[in-house]
Design a protein around this ligand. Sequence first.
Ligand code: SF4
Length: 128
Amino acid sequence: MIEKFNPIPREKQMTLNIIDNATCTFCGCVCDDIQLHSDDTRIHEAKKACVLGKAWFLNHTADHDYPDALIDGREATVDEAIEAAATFLHDAHMPLIYGLSNTTCEAQKEAVALADRLGGLLDSHTSL
Ligand code: SF4
């Protein structure tokens, strides 16, 4: 058997994962036939995704590349971030709960309950 020469040292070689029928949740179409190519850190290819879906997938990296939370751009614990968010929301006169396009139904349900409790507004990016 002839082994091909690979100039990248073995310890630096990455494993390529291919996932068929991945679901894109960027917009309401929720395409569920996307083929993703990724290594351990990021997605490199999103076959069958439209330009928006490709941009969404390719700009996501594994969570461990980022801190758990940020407050004013500084790294914080999740508990500190929750406390800061609660303070911001409590002090707001008309809080807007916005976004939700990349969230699960359960998270959207919680967001609606939060908007109700705060007496605030609820909207998604589809209204733009
Ligand atoms: S691939 Fe494009 S059309 Fe399909 S859900 Fe993603 S953003 Fe929407």
